[in-house]
Design a protein around this ligand. Structure first.
Ligand code: NAD
Ligand code: LMR
Length: 332
């Protein structure tokens, strides 16, 4: 392993390390894409016992890459050990959706993973722990993990909406012929599910308001459903759920959280609501955020169109129903 003489290493724990997203994610974390070119990382990989051998193969490849920022790799099948001293937890390990499956079908399979992991984080992680849940249904799993970690501030548990945010930017860039880098202030409200609401009301394209550049029919009939159902479209095309784009979005999410949103822009995070925009308190819900100094703050005070408000209410109801199902299943 090559040495880097900069900051003290931080521990990053990745669950589901031997999976498809894990394979696309770990090398970018080790390269510095997530926490910056001067931040060494110690990687803790968590897997189920049957997949530890595959994780060992990935660890061999990580070491063979001689990343100057990689301060070590350890593999565990015990969450308490994997989260010991962890500052950044990426909770990826869970079963993905296959063709025809809906998110609710995943609840019974995956919900049970996130309670024990939340508890392990509560008992073992570093005081500055920040958690991103990627494993689906991500918002509900983040809710379960947060509830199982009463000593960790709830806002440290987030679910990934950045993939949806990036998908929305990509669709708008394609429609307007603009460069992705010139699109700012996108929002995706809600849950990482087909009833999320991608919203370009406040977005700008090269400084111009986005709503003036696209028509209502494209918005309602193409943009919103294309972004919201993109996960299913990728499963249909690839025969497997998105992996590299999900890993890339996870890198973007943590990078933004640790190092801040660019001036004049915001991102979408799903953290626990404080009642902003009428979203029930505690629900892990996608909203626009600005990140600074390692904290994220919801962008408040936006004047929302009536249609957006209706989507927020409907989506919050769907998210609450998922939590009710979790309670019925005895997971919480
Ligand atoms: P995968 O099947 O390739 O890998 C999942 C890995 O998780 C496997 O190696 C498995 O052994 C491991 N795992 C299972 N239970 C575990 C546990 N209790 N502890 C540690 N590891 C465990 O799946 P993938 O393609 O990498 O996808 C992982 C998850 O991410 C799925 O739930 C998928 O639906 C979700 N996903 C979310 C988004 C998003 O935007 N939130 C996007 C894409 C995929
Ligand atoms: C995605 O959005 O690509 C993933 O969450 C996979 C899925 O099941 O939709």
């Amino acid at each position: 392993m090559a040495e880097c003489c900069c900051k003290k290493p931080v521990t990053v724990t990745v669950t589901g390390a031997a999976g498809n997203i894990g394979y696309a994610l770990l090398f970018r974390i080790a390269s510095g894409a997530m926490l910056g070119p001067d931040q060494p990382v110690k990687l803790n990989l968590l897997e189920i016992p049957q997949a530890v051998k595959a994780a060992e193969g990935t660890a061999m490849e990580l070491n063979d890459s001689a990343f100057p920022l990689l301060a070590g790799v350890d593999i565990y099948d015990d969450p308490n050990q994997a989260f010991a001293g962890c500052s950044y937890g990426l909770l990826v390990g869970a079963r993905p959706r296959s063709k025809g499956m809906e998110r609710a079908d995943l609840l019974a399979a995956n919900g049970g993973i996130f309670g024990p992991q939340g508890k392990a984080i509560n008992d073992n992680a570093a005081d500055d722990i920040r958690v991103l849940v990627v494993g689906n249904p991500a918002n509900t799993n983040a809710y379960i993990a947060a509830k199982s970690a009463p000593d960790v501030p709830a806002e440290r548990f987030t679910a990934m909406m950045r993939l949806d945010h990036n998908r929305a930017i990509s669709q708008l860039a394609e429609k307007t012929g603009a460069a992705v880098k010139d699109i700012k202030k996108m929002i995706v409200w809600g849950n990482h599910s087909a009833d999320q609401y991608p919203d370009l009301t406040f977005a700008t394209v090269d400084g111009k308001p986005a709503p003036g550049l696209v028509d209502e029919a494209w918005l309602d009939d193409y943009f919103v459903p294309t972004v919201a159902k993109r996960g299913a479209a990728i499963i249909e095309a690839r025969g497997a759920s998105s992996a590299a784009s999900a890993a890339s979005a996870a890198i973007d999410h943590m990078h933004t959280w640790a190092l801040g949103t660019p001036e004049g822009d915001w991102s979408t995070f799903a953290g626990p609501s404080h009642g902003e925009y009428g979203v029930p308190e505690g629900l892990i819900y996608g909203m626009p955020v600005i990140c600074k100094d390692g904290q994220y703050q919801v962008v408040e005070g936006l004047e929302l169109p009536e249609k957006t408000k209706q989507h927020i209410v409907a989506n919050a109801k769907a998210a609450e129903e998922e939590i009710a199902t979790v309670k019925e299943l005895g997971i919480l």
